[in-house]
Design a binder for this molecule. Structure first.
Ligand code: ADP
Length: 441
């Protein structure tokens, strides 16, 4: 198999005199057919004299400064830029070589320029003032020494190639730095969220603990009063008079029971009731959560199951049941007023062997300004009395305590997918052979 021919370096000669172009062509290119002749000679006479292909540049000509700028621009656009330009200084009536160099460097900052002149049109100082002290510039006095031109072409092409390599390396480096910075910012955000939730957890634990005791007196005393009242108000007259009291008592019990439920949620969030971990059949727990969601899943909502074979996971069915129930209830709420409401429940194995449980809805979606606050306790967009804002923070707490993760994908106005990632129970890990699958929207 022959090795690929290396890309030939492109050189542009700019001069208003056609004879100069021919000179350059003789110096810098291998005449057509010479290669084959030399190869034949080498085979026949064993001379070993095959001229190096490195001599063979791709040469282009421009007859004026303006044309050179156009050619440089086109070469950049084609993705085949010139490496070196041999530029005559005097080219009346158009722009001179110095002006042309200034303009073409705006099109291609890397191209190496050799200014050719028989006269001392510009002093080096003047050139430096006009073009800046540039490392991309050399001066060549006419008449040329062929060897000098060849050496210049070679070493400038080499320099140009090294420059391009270092640019490519810088680009790669910049991309790597950007990627690292992004990953770091993400990790930082996750850490801050975890710390914030941790602090809120400690505070909630204290609060729940403090509220729980007095609340249980209030509730049990209220229930006692309620029962006492029922006995006292057994006559019709007493019942009429005591109706107000009875109603006040019922309201108080209702309110206190609601507080008790909130405290129970806070306890869950604050890790006060940590159940033991055991292998759990997720499919069963999801089905149980669907039946618990009961009437929240009004008949109009289509529930689609997209279940793959999955191993049992490490967790506990009460905690995980709570997670799936919260997610399903939230999905059902998000579907209110939507046409063709649908919830997809997905069970799948990820490429890394973990189990993914997805609860997806085609509901209202979550706006970007709410997305960052979803897992904060007491964050809710629901009307007062409808939501406590504890559901997702509890889900987050339960799942992360099991060593899992919970993520969300949402498109405002189109729907949301919550994804719970769980670790298989030991000895249960199926081979992670199937490619990771995500439920389609
Ligand atoms: P709550 O349901 O009591 O408001 P959660 O912590 O469960 O508390 O949810 C917090 C907020 O997240 C909700 O008020 C709602 O704005 C948003 N949310 C949760 N799930 C969804 C969903 N599937 N679609 C749209 N918004 C959601």
């Amino acid at each position: 198999m022959s090795s690929p021919t290396p890309e030939r370096r492109r050189i542009l000669v700019v001069d208003d005199n056609p004879a100069i172009h021919q000179d350059f062509r003789k110096i810098l290119t291998v005449p057509e057919g010479l290669d084959e002749l030399e190869a034949m000679e080498s085979v026949l006479f064993g001379s070993g004299r095959v001229r190096s292909r490195a001599l063979d540049f791709e040469l282009d000509s421009a007859m004026s400064g303006e044309e050179s700028v156009r050619r440089v621009k086109a070469a950049v656009e084609e993705g085949r830029p010139y490496a070196v330009i041999f530029m005559d200084i005097r080219m009346p009536p158009g722009i001179d070589g110095v002006e042309a160099t200034l303009r073409l460097w705006r099109e291609d900052a890397d191209v190496q320029v050799v200014l050719c002149s028989a006269y001392s049109d510009y002093s080096w100082d003047e050139l430096s003032r006009k073009l800046g002290s540039s490392e991309r510039l050399l001066i060549l006095r006419k008449p040329f020494d062929n060897i000098e031109v060849r050496q210049m072409a070679h070493s400038l092409c080499e320099k140009w190639e090294l420059l391009r390599q270092s640019h490519r390396r810088m680009d790669d480096l910049e991309r790597a730095v950007e990627e690292r910075t992004r990953a770091l910012a993400e990790a930082n955000m996750r850490l801050m969220r975890a710390q914030k939730l941790e602090a809120l957890g400690r505070m909630s634990a204290g609060l729940a603990h403090e509220v729980n005791n007095p609340l249980s007196y209030v509730l049990s005393n209220l229930r006692h009063v309620q029962m006492g009242l029922e006995k006292l108000l057994c006559t019709q007259e007493a019942q009429r008079e005591g109706e107000d009291l009875r109603e006040a008592c019922r309201d108080a019990v209702f309110g206190a029971e609601r507080i008790a439920r909130i405290v129970q949620d806070v306890r869950l969030f604050a890790r006060l009731d940590e159940p033991a971990k055991e292998p759990v059949d997720v499919r069963e727990v999801v089905e149980h959560a669907v039946s618990l969601a009961g009437t929240t899943l009004r008949p109009g909502i289509r529930v689609v199951r997209d279940f793959q074979e999955i191993p049992r996971v490490l967790g506990n069915d009460v905690g995980l049941g709570q997670v799936f129930l919260n997610l399903i209830v939230n999905a059902a709420h998000a579907l209110e007023g939507r046409s063709e409401p649908c919830i997809r429940l997905g069970l799948a194995r990820c490429a890394d062997g973990r189990v993914a449980v997805e609860v997806q809805d085609n509901g209202c979606g979550i706006s970007p300004e709410h997305l960052g606050r979803l897992f904060e306790p007491f964050f809710t967009t629901k009307p007062v009395g409808m939501g406590t804002g504890l559901g997702l923070s509890i889900c987050h707490g339960i799942v992360t305590r099991l060593g899992g993760d919970i993520t969300v994908d949402t498109v405002s106005g189109q729907g949301t997918t919550f994804r719970v990632l769980l670790t298989p129970a030991s000895g249960e890990a199926l081979e992670p052979d199937a490619p990771e699958r995500k439920l389609s929207a």
